[in-house]
Design a protein around this ligand. Structure first.
Ligand SMILES: [Mg+2]
Length: 153
């Protein structure tokens, strides 16, 4: 029984990949299906210096609500902020799209610290979903081009 769900933002609810390319005026040419590929470095995208508005205006994934519907129990957004601007902008993005969760945002990189029996992590990062299970929780890996496990399905 799931009592608490932690759901990620970038790659699950927000399309950071397309949003960052659009912001930089770079064409989106598809992801090369290589987990070691650092697209932000390749495209020269320095997202640590992006302004608050970039984070507020990030596109919402078409399937974001589908993943949100998988959340059970008490729901928290669990995301990592790369800058103060991203912390503020992400909070305002949640206010815009999921206002009921504005006060339920946890800014954290090491999401497995939240893992326990009865807790679910919904995330697009394979390392994070694996570690969450190792630490006693359950996880749901959102398949995206950079989610390595998707390759074997
Ligand atoms: Mg993510």
């Amino acid at each position: 029984m799931i009592e608490t769900t932690y759901i990620d933002m970038d790659g699950v609810l927000t399309d950071f990949y397309v949003g960052a390319h659009d912001w930089m005026g770079k064409p989106v040419e598809g992801f090369p299906y290589d987990s070691a590929y650092n697209w932000a470095v390749e495209a020269g995208i320095d997202y640590e210096n992006f302004p608050v508005n970039f984070w507020i205006d990030l596109p919402k994934y078409k399937d974001a609500d589908k993943w949100m519907d998988q959340a059970k129990g008490k729901i928290y957004i669990a995301t990592y902020h790369t800058s103060v601007n991203s912390l503020v902008g992400k909070t305002l993005w949640v206010r815009k799209h999921y206002p009921q969760l504005e006060k339920n945002i946890i800014f954290i990189r090491d999401k497995w610290l939240l893992a326990a029996r009865g807790r679910l992590l919904i995330d697009d990062n394979l390392d994070l979903t694996d570690k969450f299970i190792e630490h006693g929780g359950q996880s749901l890996l959102v398949p995206r081009p950079w989610s390595e496990r998707e390759l074997s399905i």
